[in-house]
Design a protein around this ligand. Structure first.
Ligand SMILES: *[C@@H]1O[C@H](CO)[C@@H](O)[C@H](O)[C@H]1NC(C)=O
Ligand SMILES: *[C@@H]1O[C@H](CO)[C@@H](O)[C@H](O)[C@H]1NC(C)=O
Ligand SMILES: *[C@@H]1O[C@H](CO)[C@@H](O)[C@H](O)[C@H]1NC(C)=O
Ligand SMILES: *[C@@H]1O[C@H](CO)[C@@H](O)[C@H](O)[C@H]1NC(C)=O
Ligand SMILES: *[C@@H]1O[C@H](CO)[C@@H](O)[C@H](O)[C@H]1NC(C)=O
Ligand SMILES: *[C@@H]1O[C@H](CO)[C@@H](O)[C@H](O)[C@H]1NC(C)=O
Length: 330
């Protein structure tokens, strides 16, 4: 991106933040909608990826154009998050990563499309407490990655690689535009789904925004384009839940961390995030979840960061849960 573009985007981004925090928190509707932005600002140079994001994708996020009459197979793909040192533990806990595959009948080429964190999951879930900044500092961007190839063994060996439908080349091209727009406007990762209880009639306070939500959005988009999708298996996905009573809005970086009158709250939030290590591998992340569990059970309190704003959650049993539950294809 050229510097002028980056500047425009970050200014706009900041402006939207201010407008929103003075906004409509009078009578609250749940779940709080995930906020979309006009464009994606460059990530702060403090954030460092352990693995480069989307190394084999097109640098500008271009998606190849298909002939309108081509037939494109659509694949559902899921694999356990794998970490060498810890064997299949994360798989047993059903911490899964989701993606969608496409294959062109005309060219025989195939493609993988996924959405994930730019700076790894730990950095999207817990912030950095830096000496230079009063506010907790988040490296929480997430984005779509489209690249040529499907690694059949990676997906099928311990996970799922299943054809779930066919679309036309024309439908694929429409979808490509939709993905690019979705990618420019939905810019940050959200690990947690927050709801009132585990029952079927629970109120959802906040929805996650992660790899599986991207896959669901894409399936819903394709279904709206009259694509028929179906699976022979139960289609389950990983969800990471927090359970709480009705959340209270607290404010954003400006109103909490740059406002002397909010000093106590600012200290509480920093104290809350202090034990969680953001420099994390997936296993560290799971250990941090266990710590988070201890802390919220003790204090019955959680500070959630959502839409670049803070909310207080009065936590209740069972506090934190990882589930692997069915979300049917649309
Ligand atoms: C998390 O962010 C920090 C700071 O940007 C970075 O040093 C670290 O590598 C990131 N964590 C991982 C697992 O990449
Ligand atoms: C999505 O945005 C990221 C970050 O700007 C970019 O690297 C990626 O290529 C984009 N993906 C698509 C499919 O547009
Ligand atoms: C994708 O293409 C590769 C290379 O041609 C092939 O080995 C693989 O089986 C294909 N996978 C799917 C799911 O089409
Ligand atoms: C599948 O799981 C086995 C045993 O847990 C592991 O050795 C293998 O590397 C995994 N395969 C892939 C493609 O991750
Ligand atoms: C959930 O709501 C439905 C419809 O209002 C009701 O029939 C059902 O009994 C409720 N289930 C529970 C567990 O409360
Ligand atoms: C998939 O989800 C269903 C319903 O949500 C659940 O009953 C089932 O046990 C799950 N399957 C696995 C393998 O966890």
């Amino acid at each position: 991106m050229r510097p002028t573009v980056v500047l425009t985007c970050s200014v706009l981004f900041y402006y939207l933040e201010i407008v929103h925090s003075r906004g409509v928190h009078g009578k609250q509707e749940w779940p709080i909608p995930y906020r979309r932005f006009d464009c994606r600002p460059a990530a702060d140079s403090y954030c460092e990826a352990m693995f480069p994001f989307c190394p084999t994708g097109d640098r500008d996020g271009r998606i190849p154009y298909m002939n309108n009459w081509d037939v494109i197979s659509v694949f559902r793909m899921q694999a356990p998050v794998w970490e060498f040192k810890y064997g299949s533990l994360l798989g047993k806990m059903h911490i899964m990563h989701d993606a969608i595959g496409f294959s062109s009948a005309e060219t025989g080429r195939n493609y993988t499309m996924e959405w994930y964190e730019l700076f790894q999951l730990g950095n999207c879930t817990f912030p950095h407490l830096r000496r230079e900044t009063n506010n907790p500092f988040w490296c929480n961007q997430g984005a779509a990655c489209f690249f040529e190839g499907i690694d059949d063994i990676h997906w099928s060996e311990n996970g799922t690689l299943e054809k779930v439908g066919e679309i036309s080349g024309g439908q694929f091209n429409e979808m490509a535009l939709w993905v690019q727009d979705d990618n420019q406007t939905g810019i940050y990762y959200e690990t947690w789904t927050v709801r009132s209880d585990p029952g079927p009639n629970a109120t959802v306070w906040f929805d996650s925004y992660d790899c599986s939500q991207f896959v669901h959005r894409t399936y819903r988009y394709l279904a709206q384009q009259r694509a028929k999708l179906s699976s022979r298996f139960q289609t389950n996905y990983t969800k990471i839940y927090l359970y709480s009573g009705e959340p209270t809005y607290l404010g954003d970086d400006d109103s909490i961390f740059r406002e002397p009158s909010a000093k106590t709250l600012a200290e509480d939030i920093r104290k809350f995030y202090h034990p969680f290590r953001p420099h994390q591998s997936y296993m560290d992340f799971v250990l941090s979840l266990a710590e988070a569990y201890q802390k919220v059970v003790e204090e019955k309190s959680f500070y959630l960061y959502y839409n670049f704003e803070y909310w207080h959650l009065p936590m209740k049993s069972p506090y934190v849960q990882i589930t692997y539950e069915e979300v049917p294809l649309p």
